[in-house]
Design a protein around this ligand. Structure first.
Ligand code: NAD
Ligand code: MG
Length: 285
């Protein structure tokens, strides 16, 4: 399906836009077909303007869920396109830009999603920051802090604020990474956040299972998104991005969405504390 995919060197300033990726990423806009698996559900998705979050937003909408989208104000162009596709599916959409590093925004985001959608039963913590660094002595405190704030603290703040609203049957899905298991030498801070997300997911899953709330995670391998071309990788690694996987290529965001749909829907009713690997065949524990 993606045999001809060929990434080229390119750089964008953070957070980057799907609109400017070359070749274009596939977020499932032409392909995802829903079958009512999330009919009437209400979902909050962070990092929903592009990449994996955008593919998830489209899939959730086509499965019948109303969607609240979190993203950075600089991503408005991407966000409007995805919000339009969500709306085309005949469900409600909320666009709620802001900065995940700000606990006030995270709490307000949940309150606005609950108010605007009339409840909440799916939380997808997917927004993330990845900036490569080759030498720990030059990894500045601000980047370390920003990466943990975006990837870990925001997940904590949002989940904590959402819990009082989540009824039995609700689901929480966090986005970890192959980096949690195979950390790159140039992603010390990022890989550490992703291992943290796995532990958080497995601990919280046990705490919330008795309440009927399932917590799981998805671990993507190398996926073609703006995260990678905004200094997520050095330029020389962009051209061969994903070729080291057993499947021999980078994945597309559209190939992640079914994993999120599975974990969000009642089809995964006996799955909790699991990390579902979508890694192009790279083994995970
Ligand atoms: P992406 O760039 O499309 O999405 C990341 C999104 O995070 C941004 O679009 C933005 O909306 C959001 N974000 C970042 N900083 C933010 C901030 N301070 N405030 C608000 N929002 C902010 O890239 P993606 O690859 O789809 O990333 C989604 C998730 O997938 C991330 O958690 C990432 O770590 C994870 N992941 C990606 C890959 C990959 O190869 N692309 C691999 C493993 C895991
Ligand atoms: Mg983006």
């Amino acid at each position: 399906m993606y045999a001809g995919f060929d990434s080229k060197k390119q750089h964008q300033p953070e957070p980057g836009l799907d609109a400017e990726l070359e070749p274009k990423a596939d977020v499932g806009e032409e392909t995802y077909r829903g079958s009512g698996r999330l009919a009437g559900r209400k979902a909050l998705i962070t990092g929903a303007a592009s990449g994996i979050g955008a593919a998830t937003a489209i899939a959730f909408a086509r499965e019948g869920a109303d969607v609240a989208m979190s993203y950075l104000p600089e991503e408005e162009e991407d966000a409007q396109r995805i919000a339009g596709l969500v709306q085309d599916a005949g469900v409600a959409v909320l666009t709620l830009p802001g900065d995940l590093r700000d606990p006030g925004y995270c709490r307000d985001l949940v309150a606005r999603a609950v108010d605007g959608l009339g409840g909440l039963d799916i939380v997808v913590n997917n927004g993330g920051k990845q900036i490569f660094n080759e030498d720990l002595t030059t990894l500045d405190d601000e980047q370390f802090d920003d990466t943990f704030k975006t990837n870990v603290y925001a997940m904590f703040w949002i989940t904590k604020a959402a819990l009082p609203h989540l009824k039995p049957g609700s689901t929480i899905i966090n986005t970890t990474s192959i980096q949690a298991y195979q950390p790159s030498e140039i992603l010390v801070d990022y890989a550490s956040t992703k291992a943290t997300i796995n532990a958080f997911t497995k601990a919280l899953a046990q705490q919330l299972a008795p309440k009927g709330i399932r917590v799981n995670a998805v671990a993507p391998g190398p996926i073609w998104t703006p995260l990678q071309v905004t200094d997520g990788q050095p330029q020389e690694k962009i051209e061969s991005f994903g070729e080291q996987t057993p499947l021999g290529r980078a994945g597309q965001p559209a190939e992640l969405a079914p994993a999120y749909v599975f974990l969000a829907s009642a089809e995964s009713s006996y799955v909790a504390g699991e990390t579902l690997a979508v890694t192009g065949g790279s083994p995970t524990p």
